[in-house]
Design a protein around this ligand. Structure first.
Ligand code: GLY
Length: 596
């Protein structure tokens, strides 16, 4: 073990890649966009709370009646209109969910799945809705292995067998039935219009389409939508999605049954059968979104409510925060080498546990109480406070390789009644499997890759998991998606979440810590550079923006530091008294936080 900050063996600074630099430039210039630059002058109300406007250089958007924060401005506008027209936060969240399927096709979806947290102001309860994809009934533990037990490269990424039974339509329609106030057809109409009329391809989308050209271009049904001839649509082209509009109209008219039992289901199954896919009519007809108990913790007097299994996020956010209560990070300061080390050592231990214990709790026993207990956290903190850097292999045997996918999306909504919604949903990779199912216009997920394709051995992404996350018929793959709320006096104080694969957990963690420990408003908290350690690989990942001195201190201490492009894209709303402060992460320049 090497003692923290006391080794005399400085290593070479990791070179910042050209990509990292271009991300940094994109991030900086994105401040020019309108929605997030409506700077709100400090008011007497804000000044009396935890925002120190002298300290916080960046400022959130401020509103009194309702606020949305999403990664795509068209969807934000649609959500805000719903709120202005009398809809509640769930109405707006459902409208945004369907709209992002049109306007953010790389991650927004109706062919994928996700998680929703709803805080219902009337009952003052927060509930979790799980609409994660499921493995089809015909799925088997070895379905991505050849006859020698070797993983078949990319089979769980870009094939019809990579597709899990989608959950988004069941989730969004169930949320609306349960907590919404407007008819389904009304909240879906803006998405239908957007799909029919089309919208301009942004620089971000043009770039993503180019990156995924080969994966998208091999499927005629996908190419017909996202290409002009043999080239993906380019900046300024209009993306019209007529078939998707027809599917959305069917759902608006017939409800979720159109997707799971009706014409859309038939077309999905026809496409699956034509390409050796496993999803059957029964798989679709039997899919249900599930309401679950949120996972709860407390941190320095605030209540943390987050997503339970099959998300690993809530459990590990609470586990890490519990340990951090014993760590003097306020004294060591935001993003100092000492703070980064204390937090990284805690993160490592949580991610080691993730690989061992976590899977779909409907199928495996997970020691949730133990993992989230204050006693266990104290033991972790005691280890961390020894001030040593523990090599990953000494924490637990096994291996957890990096998970690079971050093509998920998060959005947050708050209304004037005090209802709050946090949604993180995904197709898994960029544009999911890249497969549009037949004539449906619907891009399908490749969420099956979130299972361990072979427990104990890296899957096609290099991700390793234990048998708890092995493939089983009807099981949900383990996720890192972490829609989270921090409550104060029982009411939402912070509503947040992020894409970012395995880095979602540490991104959301830092959003919370920056708010609670360092008194940052959502804008300042978001713009603070992020770091991440996930146990294995034994690498401390830093965003661009850390000082060379800090990096040097960490390297001197023994960390294998790697500076990589941006991490996470949080969409955050903070509520102090009756004022909402929103912020859309400028790491995606297409997003916006807007309120009224
Ligand atoms: N597909 C990424 C996740 O669910 O964590």
């Amino acid at each position: 073990m090497k003692e923290f900050l006391h080794t005399s063996n400085p290593r070479k600074l990791t070179l910042v890649s050209a990509l990292a630099l271009s991300m940094a430039i994109a991030s900086a210039t994105s401040w020019a966009r309108e929605a997030n630059t409506k700077l709100t002058a400090p008011t007497s109300t804000a000044a009396t709370h935890n925002y120190d406007y002298e300290m916080n250089v960046f400022h959130p958007v401020q509103a009194a009646n309702g606020m949305v924060a999403t990664e795509q401005n068209l969807a934000s506008q649609i959500g805000l209109e719903i709120l202005k027209n009398g809809g509640n936060a769930v109405d707006a969240a459902v409208a945004i969910g369907f709209s992002l399927a049109v306007s953010l096709p790389n991650a927004g979806n109706i062919g994928g799945g996700g998680f929703m947290l709803v805080h219902d102001a009337k009952s003052n309860k927060t509930v979790a809705l799980d609409f994660r994809e499921k493995a089809p009934a015909a799925a088997t533990e070895t379905m991505y292995q050849d006859e020698n037990g070797e993983i078949i490269p990319r089979k769980s990424w870009y094939t019809h067998q990579a597709i899990g039974v989608p959950g988004t339509v069941a989730g969004l329609t169930k949320a609306l039935e349960q907590w919404g106030s407007l008819p389904l057809a009304e909240v879906m109409q803006p998405a239908i219009d957007l799909a029919e009329q089309g919208y301009e391809v942004s620089p971000t989308m043009a770039k993503l389409l180019q990156v995924e050209k080969d994966n998208l271009g091999k499927w005629p049904t996908t190419k017909a939508i996202f290409f002009d001839g043999d080239e993906p649509l380019a900046l300024g082209d209009t993306l019209v999605q007529k078939n998707l509009a027809e599917s959305l109209k069917l759902i608006a008219k017939e409800g979720a049954d159109a997707f799971y039992k009706g014409a859309i289901a038939e077309e999905i199954v026809r496409d699956q059968e034509a390409h050796d896919g496993l999803i059957t009519k029964d798989d679709l007809a039997s899919y249900e979104a599930t309401e679950r108990e949120v996972v709860r913790g407390d941190y320095r007097g605030y209540e943390i409510v987050s997503m339970p299994l099959p998300s690993s996020g809530g459990i590990h956010i609470i586990q890490i925060l519990n340990a951090m209560e014993h760590l003097p990070i306020k004294e060591s300061g935001v993003n100092s080498a000492k703070t980064i080390s204390l937090m990284a050592e805690t993160m490592k231990r949580a991610y080691a546990d993730r690989s061992e214990y976590l899977g779909d709790s409907d199928f495996v026993d997970v020691p949730i109480q133990e993992l989230t207990s204050k006693e266990y956290a104290k033991a972790i903190a005691d280890e961390v406070l020894k001030g040593e850097i523990t090599p990953a292999q000494e924490i637990k045997p096994g291996d957890l390789a990096p998970y690079e996918s971050d093509q998920t999306t998060h959005y947050s909504v708050v209304d004037k009644e005090g209802n709050a919604v946090a949604v993180t949903y995904t197709l898994n990779l960029n544009f999911g499997s890249g497969i549009v199912a037949g004539e449906t216009g619907i891009l399908m997920n490749n969420e099956m890759d979130d299972f361990s394709a072979k427990p104990g051995v890296p899957n096609a992404f290099g991700l390793i998991g234990g048998s708890a996350n092995a493939i089983e018929a009807g099981k949900r793959p383990l996720s890192s998606m972490t829609p989270t709320m921090v409550l104060k006096d029982g009411k939402p104080w912070l509503v947040t979440g992020s894409p970012g694969g395995a880095r979602i957990i540490t991104t959301v963690l830092q959003q919370i810590v920056n708010a609670i420990d360092f008194g940052m408003n959502p804008a300042a908290a978001t713009n603070t550079p992020r770091f991440h350690h996930q146990w294995l690989p034994d690498e401390l990942r830093l965003e661009v923006g850390f000082s060379p001195d800090t990096i040097q201190l960490l390297e001197n201490a023994g960390y294998d530091v790697s500076v990589k492009p941006s991490m996470g894209r949080t969409q955050t709303i903070q509520i102090i008294d009756d004022t909402m402060y929103g912020y859309s992460d400028p790491r995606n320049p297409d997003g916006s936080a807007i309120g009224y």
